[in-house]
Design a protein around this ligand. Structure first.
Ligand code: URA
Length: 194
């Protein structure tokens, strides 16, 4: 099955899943290039995302687009989604049971897309792959977990809150092309017996 068809099928399943929390909000499934090298995973949609049913289209999204441009990429080159695919009321943080409920859909979405690298935005999506990781310590470092390369960085909203975080956020973006090259190198390394 083509990736697009598989994702559409998954989206239909999600729409029909009456057990999911936050069903009063609109579904923001994710969008972008299904043959991407980079898959970005945020937290949950905000108000603008809920209105437009698209991920990262508010202020955080503008910063994400700008950072992508700075490293020579366009939004259309990457795929963008969230762990929780409906907006929590009042933009509060997603609750553990909401993250748990949407997890299987995110897992399948990643398995369909098969990106070279997963860039997690903020601690919620980082902890999905790396439960022990600390965002201030581990952002900008490359990890391997659940068969994927994971590159955690700050959430754009957090980066906008403080100058030092913005500098680290930008630096981590600048290191992203190198991180991808490293993943590709590791993937293509022939297996050895030693
Ligand atoms: N913040 C997120 O985590 N996701 C979005 O889609 C928008 C803002």
């Amino acid at each position: 099955m083509e990736k697009r068809d598989a994702l559409q099928k998954l989206e239909r399943e999600l729409i029909n899943d009456m057990s999911l929390p936050l069903r009063e909000a609109n579904l923001v499934f994710g969008e972008g290039n299904t043959n991407c090298k980079i898959l970005f995973i945020g937290e949950a949609p905000g108000q603008k995302e809920d209105e437009l049913r698209r991920p990262f289209v508010g202020r955080s999204g503008q910063l994400l687009n700008k950072m992508l441009e700075e490293i020579g990429l366009k939004r259309e080159d990457v795929y963008i989604t969230n762990i929780v695919k409906r907006r929590p009321p009042g933009n509060r943080d997603p609750l553990p049971h909401e993250i748990e409920a949407y997890k299987p859909y995110l897992t399948r979405q990643i398995e369909i897309i098969k990106p070279t690298i997963v860039v997690t935005l903020g601690r919620f999506s980082m902890n999905y792959f790396l439960p022990e990781a600390k965002i201030s310590r581990d952002q900008g470092r490359l990890f391997r977990a659940n068969g994927f390369f994971i590159y955690p960085i700050y959430h754009p909203a957090a980066a906008m809150r403080g100058n030092s975080m913005m500098a680290e956020f930008r630096e981590s973006f600048e290191k992203l092309p190198k991180a991808i090259a490293r993943c590709e190198g590791l993937l293509h390394k022939p297996a050895t017996n030693d």
